[in-house]
Design a protein around this ligand. Structure first.
Ligand code: CA
Length: 357
């Protein structure tokens, strides 16, 4: 400072002052964001994940980033989340990646795949096995950033009015089962329908459909399916359904670094918490269902049926990846990781549980 002339000293002081005030201004600026979800206002635990995330962000940022969460009844576009985040009408979204498979087939595998990975396995793939990088690559084209947004854990195969003893018992059944698994069931001779959630119970009760899948005891209990369809089949089609947080890339880049870090941390914590919350919900709901409706039969599909599902799955996977190198890259990455991680799952959880049930 001693060496500087008077003018330089004045200039330096000006730089310091403006520098400080700019930084103070950045600290004072409040960012108000909006998030759109696919879920209705009472769909626990799906709706809780974005709400918890927004609450954490508000507290950790000392009120500098406020995120308003709009449920589907507010924006009336449950399946338009990707478009709304892409277009900037919403800064963020919370939904399931496989809903955009019609727009971009590459988004499909980030939800779950039949006979794919369980939640701990898929989380390991996302965070440490290259999954996040692949998801980034797919969503880059939409100018959206995608992050894991919570998992349901292993889903149940669904409620059936009649027992399934063979592949021929499946033929002609009407079932609500969406996505890639629905395509497998259609190949096995079922009529696959998609019905609005509010009409599912009545459809099943009146026999308009013979079976349906939803999630697991924690979310199924409120729907009441167990009162009209006693066979509760174990899962195969959604072994670890992951939801996603979507963030408009431009908006994210405009956030100061500390708010970006807070947002990323809150998304990760709330995603993990949703899985934990749903695990508890299912344990609690199942205890109640079992007690109140002792006639519910938990069944596993017979080997013949499972083998037919697996063979069809393999065939359909080969068909959908034809001419789609990025989709093939993602599915191959998942398959290779599953092969590696399953060895550990077998040695750890599987063998432990096998002898301790
Ligand atoms: Ca489901």
């Amino acid at each position: 400072m001693k060496m500087l002339g008077k003018t330089s000293k004045v200039l330096l002081a000006a730089v310091l002052i403006t520098g400080l005030s700019a930084s103070a201004m950045a600290k004072d600026k409040v960012y108000k964001w909006k998030l759109a979800t696919t879920w209705g206002p009472t769909l626990t635990p799906f709706i809780d994940a974005p709400k918890n995330m927004a609450k954490m962000v508000k507290e950790m940022s000392d009120g500098r980033l406020i995120i308003r969460v709009d449920a589907s009844n507010k924006h009336k576009s449950a399946f338009g989340i990707l478009d709304m985040v892409k277009g900037g009408q919403y800064d963020m979204g919370h939904s399931a990646s496989y809903y955009w498979k019609g727009k971009d087939i590459n988004t499909l595998p980030f939800s779950t795949m039949p006979f794919g990975m369980t939640t701990p396995e898929q989380n390991a793939w996302f965070y440490y096995g290259g999954g996040m990088e692949l998801m980034k690559k797919v969503y880059k084209k939409h100018k959206v950033l995608a992050f894991p947004g919570g998992s349901t854990g292993n889903q149940m195969g669904g409620w059936f009015k009649k027992e399934i003893k063979s592949v021929s018992d499946l033929k002609g059944l009407k079932m609500r089962i969406p996505g890639f698994a629905g395509e497998i069931m259609a190949k096995l001779g079922l009529t696959v329908t998609n019905i609005a959630p509010g009409e599912l119970y009545t459809s099943l009760e009146r026999g308009n459909i013979d079976a349906l899948e939803w999630v697991g005891p924690g979310m199924d209990i409120k729907m009441g399916f167990h009162k009209v369809a006693p066979y509760y089949y174990t899962g195969w089609h959604e072994p670890g359904l992951d939801l996603q947080f979507l963030v408009n890339e431009k908006k994210f880049n405009k956030l100061p670094k500390d708010l970006q870090a807070i947002l990323i941390t809150a998304m990760k914590v709330s995603a993990t918490d949703m899985y934990t919350q749903n695990y508890d919900m299912s344990a609690t709901a199942w205890a109640k269902m079992k007690k109140d409706f002792p006639k519910i039969k938990v069944q596993t599909f017979p080997k013949e049926v499972m083998d037919a599902m697996k063979a069809t799955n393999k065939k359909l996977r080969a068909e959908i990846t034809k001419g789609k190198p990025l989709l093939k890259e993602i599915l191959d990455s998942q398959a290779a990781y599953q092969k590696k991680v399953r060895e550990w799952t077998k040695m750890s959880d599987f063998l432990y549980l096998k002898d301790n049930l």
